[in-house]
Design a protein around this ligand. Structure first.
Ligand code: DP6
Length: 346
């Protein structure tokens, strides 16, 4: 009998959180809601080809990253695929060939788990539809659910624009299991917001997100943080609706400070900011106070700085970033992004 093959391809972007997810329980469920916007440039491009095989009882896959077999990534991915196969048992009947590449250099310090797992989850949802012959009821919501199981923040990358993950009082449709798109609730001033990512430090993070999240379990301030994040989520929803940039700056920067404060005050404390992170933050605040421009920063779990600003102020702010801030980057490395349209299948 000749082998039968099915293929799926998705390219999916990374996202930047404004209210941060930091702390999880159960099967990667968040201790508080988070809000992010999807980027337009930092993409993972992934294809999965499923070919029938004779042994139909074990998971069999090979994984190539940027054209080369990559055992370390494959080991990381195995529990995710195993878990997926519980819900998609057809996966055991096929040999799975997974090819992935990123549009940003690996080890550039840009988190790749969000783009990687959202692209993978989308591919498996597409294959599921092809192989079962049935359309999924809520395709992107289902993909978000599975992306979450791979990496929490990945569930916010299956849609473009602004997204919320985690149950919050303000939105009855919100859920801990998957993200929802909130673009309809966002003022035009935010629709093309810019994110210039300044690479202060390339390379692997000194603390993995999973280890970081785990430290919240024993953290003396954990409950307080989760409550504040709940409140900030409600407030940010209001700000996104009204277009109040001053309030946006205050809230988003406070989230970045608090994320790093939680790291510094955990039982195994760690400090991911570097001297150049602080130098950039100081410059941003000084420049904003001097000019009145709406330039602000946020951080993820690392030393790099995301410089955020409205599209309408790009002509004034980007040249300033290039002349005053890029000098603090490792090898002057930076990436220009803006709010993106979300994943695409070709
Ligand atoms: C600081 O999604 O990378 O970027 O669920 O363990 O894969 P895992 O963690 P991950 O955590 C992201 C943390 C963050 C904040 C955020 O993106 O909300």
């Amino acid at each position: 009998m000749s082998a039968t093959s099915y293929s799926a391809y998705w390219e999916s972007p990374s996202n930047i959180a404004l209210v941060k997810y930091w702390g999880k329980y159960g099967e990667q469920l968040p201790c508080n809601p988070s809000i992010s916007f999807t980027l337009n440039q930092a993409l993972s491009k992934t294809s999965v080809t499923a070919t029938t095989k004779t042994n139909a009882s074990t998971l069999e896959f090979d994984f190539e990253f940027e054209g080369q077999a990559n055992a370390a990534f494959a080991d990381k991915m195995r529990p995710f695929l195993q878990r997926l196969s519980e819900d998609m048992p057809w996966m055991l009947q096929y040999h799975l060939n997974i090819q992935s590449s990123n549009t940003f250099p690996h080890s550039s310090g840009i988190a790749s788990s969000a783009s990687a797992y959202s692209a993978l989850a989308l591919c498996f949802c597409s294959l599921h539809e092809q192989i079962s012959g049935q359309a999924l009821d809520m395709f992107f919501q289902t993909a978000s659910h599975y992306a979450r199981i791979g990496s929490g923040s990945a569930c916010r990358s299956v849609y473009g624009g602004f997204n919320l993950w985690g149950t919050c009082n303000e939105l009855p449709d919100s859920a801990n299991e998957y993200a929802i798109n909130i673009d309809d609730l966002v003022h035009p001033v935010f629709k093309h917001f810019q994110d210039t990512i300044l690479i202060v430090e390339r390379g692997k993070k000194s603390v993995s997100s999973t280890a970081g999240h785990a430290l919240l379990k024993q953290h003396p301030f954990a409950e307080k943080r989760f409550n504040i994040a709940q409140q900030q989520t409600g407030q940010l929803l209001g700000i996104l609706k009204s277009g109040d940039l001053a309030a946006f700056i205050q809230l988003v920067e406070s989230e970045a400070y608090m994320l790093h404060a939680m790291m510094m005050t955990s039982s195994t404390p760690f400090m991911l900011m570097k001297p150049n992170t602080l130098a950039i933050i100081e410059k941003i605040i000084e420049h904003r106070n001097k000019t009145g421009l709406h330039v602000l920063f946020t951080l993820d779990a690392g030393a790099n700085v995301h410089v955020l600003y409205p599209e309408a102020e790009k002509a004034a702010i980007l040249p300033w970033i290039q002349s005053e801030l890029v000098g603090y980057c490792q090898n002057e490395l930076y990436f220009c992004n803006e709010v993106g349209k979300g994943p695409q299948s070709k």
